[in-house]
Design a protein around this ligand. Sequence first.
Ligand code: PEP
Ligand code: MN
Length: 270
Amino acid sequence: MYPFRLASRDYHPADSVISVGDVLIGGGHRVYIAGPCSVENPNQIERIGRAVQGSAHILRGGAYKPRTSPYSFQGLAEEGLKMLQAAGQLLGMPTVTEVVSTEDVELVASYVDMLQIGARNMQNFALLRKVGAQSKPVLLKRGMAATIEEVLLSAEYIMAEGNSQVVLCERGIRTFETYTRNTLDISAIPVLHRLTHLPVIVDPSHASGKWNLVEPLAMAAIACGADGLMIEVHDEPDRAWSDGEQSLKPERYRELIRSVRRLVDCIEGE
Ligand code: PEP
Ligand code: MN
């Protein structure tokens, strides 16, 4: 017996399929989420959105940034939400963005199609309860020092409030290795698939912190059975307001997705 119930495969043997707008995730539906780390201005999010439109299902962009330093750019807040919403509507793409505090949950949910809980908030139980009590799907990122069981218990907090639309995201964990920003825990993918019916996607951008490692980690994640990817893309990475070092230029992102699609065809034997 595991200490989680609603998230457990014993409780719900079939893969869950989560809907974000008209995009399906899980049960054989792979999702590609792309966009900048931060929304910077209306033109930037629209330009990057347009550049990834044909190779991403969902547009991402942070408006509330949980930065390690209080002096780093913290996001454009509601103005950023409006810019992300406008770009998503214009391009016909559902949107995902992070919510960092309980007071903002309703506001954020009124602008986007999916709410992200970031690694730093994976065990913010009040926030988990709050996103569990609203109806938009939730992208729950693994905490940087969280065990697999702890991720599943965080999902359980959301589901126990009535929201079963949860997608898990492995984004690298802290280890003794400092060459990469984090260490991608590739084994978390098959382990989670065994323990839970919830879809599992991978964020190779935050896992590596280096743009030139994003493609190999993305390929490894898909080969390991991930239900999708979330990748940071910026058309001027050197000038990005956050996470430029790990952002792919749009053309590299599109090439990566072409490679991923060839890999999927191999895996599925088409
Ligand atoms: C993000 O996706 O922008 C982010 C801050 O990721 P994480 O919470 O995984 O660090
Ligand atoms: Mn980022």
